[in-house]
Design a binder for this molecule. Structure first.
Ligand SMILES: *[C@@H]1O[C@H](CO)[C@@H](O)[C@H](O)[C@H]1NC(C)=O
Ligand SMILES: *[C@@H]1O[C@H](CO)[C@@H](O)[C@H](O)[C@H]1NC(C)=O
Length: 183
């Protein structure tokens, strides 16, 4: 009985502590807008009404080991922007908002795998990834307007391109130019 009570207390204490740290962590909120005249995406911390995507981010890595990211796009039948614009915007804002965590993750897990100058194995990996991407892009070009599968592959790559551009602080422009070995 005593043990059960103790463990319940422990759980309650843990919940209370986590809530306390979550309440203390600052929430970052960013809005992505799309200029239909210039075809440029912009990220801003000013609330926008005509937005493509909105992200809210809480970095609780120091408290819980995890950060929390919510990204929402304006979807549904009355949407103003097509799937590609929404997917890119979602990636773009994620790249902006999680840049420091991605940098740390890359330093921990990826940076040392294939440093420049590339070894012959890394050159082989790069060639494989590039030819695979080329094949995917050809299929997207041929099938993405008729096949739901390739439509989604396209969206996935557009989101990835947005992630890459947001991370790099590049201008936001819809594209499929994935750099397979970008650092
Ligand atoms: C987490 O802790 C480290 C080390 O104290 C500190 O440099 C970093 O700014 C903290 N990050 C956040 C998001 O609080
Ligand atoms: C989605 O909309 C953008 C912006 O109007 C346009 O450039 C793009 O071609 C559209 N994509 C598809 C797959 O229709």
């Amino acid at each position: 009985m005593a043990t059960i009570m103790n463990s319940q207390l422990c759980v309650q204490l843990f919940v209370a502590i986590s809530m306390f740290s979550l309440c203390n962590a600052a929430v970052t909120k960013l809005w992505v807008t799309y200029n239909t005249e210039t075809s440029i995406f912009e990220v801003s911390d000013q609330q926008a009404t005509d937005y493509v995507a909105v992200a809210s981010f809480v970095n609780t890595v120091n408290q819980t080991g995890w950060a929390k990211l919510d990204v929402t796009t304006q979807a549904g039948p009355k949407r103003k922007y097509n799937d590609s614009v929404q997917a890119y915007a979602a990636g773009f804002v994620e790249g902006h908002i999680t840049k420091s965590l991605m940098t740390m993750h890359w330093a921990n897990t990826g940076a040392w795998v294939c440093p420049e100058p590339l070894t012959s194995q890394c050159i082989q990996i790069k060639k494989f990834l590039e030819s695979n991407l080329k094949w995917v892009l050809e299929n997207i070009k041929t099938f993405s307007t008729t096949s739901p599968f390739w439509h989604h592959v396209r969206l996935f790559l557009e989101q990835t391109a947005g992630l890459q551009d947001g991370f790099a602080g590049m201008k936001g422009q819809l594209n499929l130019n994935i750099d397979v070995m970008s650092v």
